[in-house]
Design a protein around this ligand. Structure first.
Ligand SMILES: Nc1ncnc2c1ncn2[C@@H]1O[C@H](COP(=O)(O)OP(=O)(O)OP(=O)(O)O)[C@@H](O)[C@H]1O
Ligand SMILES: [Mg+2]
Length: 453
């Protein structure tokens, strides 16, 4: 048994975690997490914030002992974690209820697994069900409940085991906006009331406001591969008020960091800390083809038009709000605009560049021309496809050729998504055509001179 060196305040500690997954067809491995160290102390709420694919869920699963790290170690309550970690309970985004069991039976499940007797199980489950506001629904089945109620069961099932640390993996993101807001508020109230059935909380989210509302500390993960960029102390008193300038400043700072992979994470607004350099990126994607942000040309054009209407500049959190988008949906579009030189991001604001202005305000033919130029200058994967097609006498290629190249660097699904985005951009700018049914790519009749006029 390994003991934690002299810090009883730490409930959970992970050191130098790495996690790799095998790539398809023996193409080596994909690194999801690299040298990740995190701690959870007694009495705090920690939020893990990162883009889609930065390894948040993978990290949570490793900490919960559901999957082993490839290297590194997790210690929980002074013990090395070697299998399912009994000190934690998890609330999942997808609720993960068993449909054939009633609310009460779903909640009791974890206790049964821990060998608790029937009477005590029953009493504890009733208390947990009461705590989440579901009394009266003990014998209902999941299918009879709304999404919000299902997630209440998800919470009760975690509460009932009274874990040291409660894990939540995007617990509100499958719910509609109002239901999510309501439940988030109730969880916040329970925490503030001091009667929370866990000592600490570790919540995974991609929602910046959610992180600032709930957490004492926000750990920001970067991608490719997932690593800890730094952390921000949320020094706001509770209950928290979104309308205060300090709340907005923290949200803005985190937005800035999230939209700029090179930005330093300031731990406190007055204090900027040096952040470890990102690890050397894996194999080829960053050098040869930096990953394309998954945004469609049409969405990009819509965003830029809206920004131009707003005077060419807007605050990202407000923009997300106005568009009713989650950060995760807005950021790839903003990233794509930045990659293609159509916008710049600074201090939580997004600003349209002259190229972006021209793209958003010209005629459709002119905008395609501008888009084509920016794509050829800034999106190497699209350029590679275009150049390869040009070198062929017949101007045709099978998509598999490019998918095979991408497969060497990305997990299956991501390789396809990268290809999909490249095709969308290539088609929009009329650099090439693609038929998904036959799997062929080809040069359009007039490739470089623009469409016939
Ligand atoms: N079992 C697996 N096999 C192969 N690759 C995996 C596996 N699990 C995760 N990955 C890859 O690891 C990376 C991190 O995935 P993870 O689900 O942890 O990200 P995340 O930050 O939780 O993303 P999201 O916000 O979309 O939930 C992704 O590129 C994903 O495709
Ligand atoms: Mg996830």
């Amino acid at each position: 048994m390994v003991t934690l060196p002299g810090n009883n305040n730490i409930l959970l500690r992970a050191e130098d975690l790495c996690k790799t997954f095998p790539l398809p067809e023996g193409n080596g491995v994909f690194t999801a997490l690299k040298d990740v160290s995190v701690t959870v102390r007694n009495g705090e709420v920690v939020a893990l914030l990162g883009r889609s694919g930065s390894g948040k869920s993978t990290l949570l699963r490793i900490l919960a002992g559901l999957i082993p790290p490839s290297s590194g170690e997790v210690q929980s309550g002074n013990k090395a974690v070697r299998g399912p970690n009994p000190d934690v309970a998890m609330v999942f985004q997808s609720f993960a209820l068993l449909p054939w069991l009633t609310v009460q039976e779903n909640v009791e499940l974890g206790l049964k697994a821990r060998g608790m007797g029937r009477e005590e199980r029953r009493a504890r489950a009733l208390k947990a069900i009461d705590m989440v506001g579901l009394d009266g629904f003990e014998s209902a089945y999941p299918k009879e409940l709304s999404g919000g109620m299902k997630q209440r069961v998800g919470f009760a099932r975690a509460f009932v085991v009274q874990p040291l640390v409660l894990f939540m993996d995007e617990p509100f993101s499958a719910l509609d906006v109002l239901t999510a807001e309501n439940l988030r508020g109730e969880i916040g109230d329970l925490w503030e009331a001091g009667t929370f059935p866990a000592k600490s909380i570790l919540i995974v989210t991609h929602n910046i406001e959610e992180a600032v509302l709930l957490a004492d500390r926000v750990i920001i993960l970067g991608s490719n591969p997932g690593f800890v960029r730094g952390e921000v102390q949320i020094d706001l008193s509770r209950p928290r008020n979104r309308a205060t300038p300090r709340f907005k400043a923290l949200v803005d700072h985190i937005y800035t960091v999230m939209t700029n992979p090179a930005a330093k994470v300031a731990e406190a607004v007055t204090k900027v800390v040096e952040v470890a350099k990102p690890p050397t990126p894996q194999k080829a994607p960053p050098e040869q083809f930096p990953p394309l942000p998954h945004a469609r040309a049409g969405g990009l054009s819509g965003l830029l038009e809206l920004l131009v209407e707003q005077g060419g500049r807007d605050d990202l959190p407000m923009l997300a709000d106005r568009l009713r988008l989650e950060v995760d949906d807005l950021l790839p579009i903003v990233d794509a605009a930045a990659l293609l030189g159509f916008a710049k991001v600074a201090q939580g604001d997004v600003m349209v560049t002259p190229e972006g202005h021209a793209f958003a305000t010209s005629t459709i033919l002119e905008s395609k021309e501008i888009f084509r130029q920016q794509v050829l200058d800034h999106a190497p994967l699209v350029t590679l496809i275009y150049q390869t097609l040009k070198e062929k006498n017949d101007g045709e290629m099978r998509a598999d050729f490019f998918l095979d190249i991408l497969d060497e660097h990305y997990p299956d699904e991501e390789a396809e998504r990268q290809f999909g985005t490249a095709v969308d951009w290539g088609r929009y700018s009329e650099l090439f055509e693609y038929d998904a049914r036959s799997g062929w790519l080809w040069l359009p009749e007039v490739a470089s001179g623009g469409p016939d006029e």
